[in-house]
Design a protein around this ligand. Structure first.
Ligand code: AMP
Length: 361
């Protein structure tokens, strides 16, 4: 695997796998630092293509295209973490890959991820590996219900998961996932959800943003509020959790840890996103250095920036047809539209951030 021997100077090329809104905002942050971004996407209409002239359109398992892409780049990173492992290995032969392939492999797989987090002594929901209908029944009986059958790979925004309240339902859910390897997870009775977005540099430096409270609707993030209902002590605990995970993964770049905040007691880790995260979009306006710039800095071997929050913020996603009201949205705060031509239901079209004076540093 290639490593980065020295920081990438302005004018260098950062490869970004995935051309959605996260890739778009990463490319814009790279441009601000005088760095170029080359986007790799499997379809030609990627939102990120609109903000940089350097693109590759090819399948995520196209060996020749991956090699040619990596050869153009001084380092490669991801906005989309579900690349097949052989593809990541191929990139890593030609360019430094940040975060490292092992960190991606762990976080791509819910079973490996949960086992890894638990091995660090952090709290997770009770879980068990499930590979067939009989396994689903017995996991339900051992852990108890209600619970959720989740596919181990490729889940996002509630896809690949099914809430179940009986052993029979658990078996049915397993059948519906057509033999895909799954986990069964006991349902957590949380007070609310939160996340912590943090960065680790190549030199081991660590910087975490203040953790927002997150509100979901229909399994999609609706709003992130900072400061939310986390107490200052819970905020510190969340940052320590992120640091422990980042260090154990020898992580370089930005990662997000999604958390369940119980009515009392220790924070529970739901999942790790090995990339910039929707719940960190508010950092663009409310912090001197946003999560996007922080990630590019880490990937390029630059010093991490100051992630301190200078305002309170509420970030609201603009979903589906809501984007048609762009004129009135523009009156409401800092509006971001991702350049997606078609507004399908549930599709993240943009976001809106409103700032207010800092109430709690
Ligand atoms: P995930 O794809 O694992 O992030 O799950 C998506 C959403 O489903 C979470 O943000 C929660 O709202 C809910 N969820 C997932 N796992 C659990 C669980 N074990 N207990 C309660 N709610 C959950």
């Amino acid at each position: 695997m290639r490593t980065l021997d020295r920081p990438i100077a302005p004018g260098g090329m950062i490869g970004i796998v995935g051309g959605g809104q996260l890739g778009r905002m990463l490319a814009m942050a790279a441009a601000r630092l005088g760095l170029n971004a080359c986007i790799y996407n499997d379809a030609p209409d990627a939102p990120a293509f609109q903000v940089t002239p350097h693109h590759v359109v090819a399948a995520y398992d196209d060996k020749a295209a991956l090699e040619a892409f990596a050869a153009r780049c001084d380092a490669v990173t991801f906005e989309f973490e579900n690349l097949p492992a052989p593809a990541i290995a191929r990139l890593a032969e030609r360019a430094p890959v940040r975060p490292n392939p092992e960190a991606l492999a762990i976080t791509q797989d819910r079973l490996r991820e949960k086992s890894f987090v638990a091995s660090l002594g952090l709290e997770v929901a009770p879980f068990a590996e499930v590979n067939d209908e009989a396994g689903a029944r017995s996991a339900f009986q051992t852990i108890g219900g209600p619970g959720i059958i989740k596919t181990r790979r490729f889940g996002y925004d509630g896809k690949g998961q099914q809430k179940v309240t009986s052993a029979g339902e658990a078996a049915q859910a397993m059948a519906a996932f057509k033999g895909a390897p799954c986990i069964y997870e006991g349902f957590v009775d949380f007070a609310f959800e939160a996340s912590v977005v943090a960065a680790r540099g190549g030199d081991g430096a660590f910087a975490a943003y203040d953790p927002p409270e997150n509100i979901h609707e229909n399994h999609i993030l609706r709003r992130s509020i900072v400061p939310g209902r986390l107490t200052p002590a819970q905020g510190r605990e969340a940052k320590k959790i992120a640091q422990k995970i980042a260090e154990a993964l020898d992580y370089v770049g930005v990662l997000a840890v999604e958390l369940f905040v119980p009515p009392a007691g220790t924070l529970i880790v739901n999942e790790i996103a090995p990339r910039v995260h929707n719940s960190g979009h508010w950092t663009i306006e409310a912090c001197a250095v946003s999560q996007f710039e922080q990630h590019i800095r880490a990937v390029a071997g630059w010093p991490l920036g100051d992630g301190a929050r200078h305002a309170d913020a509420v970030m609201e996603n603009i979903i589906g047809a809501e984007a048609h009201a762009w004129e009135s949205l523009a009156r409401g705060g800092a509006v971001h539209l991702y350049g997606k031509a078609e507004s399908r239901p549930g599709r993240k079209m943009g976001h809106l951030t409103r700032l207010s004076p800092l109430t709690r540093a």
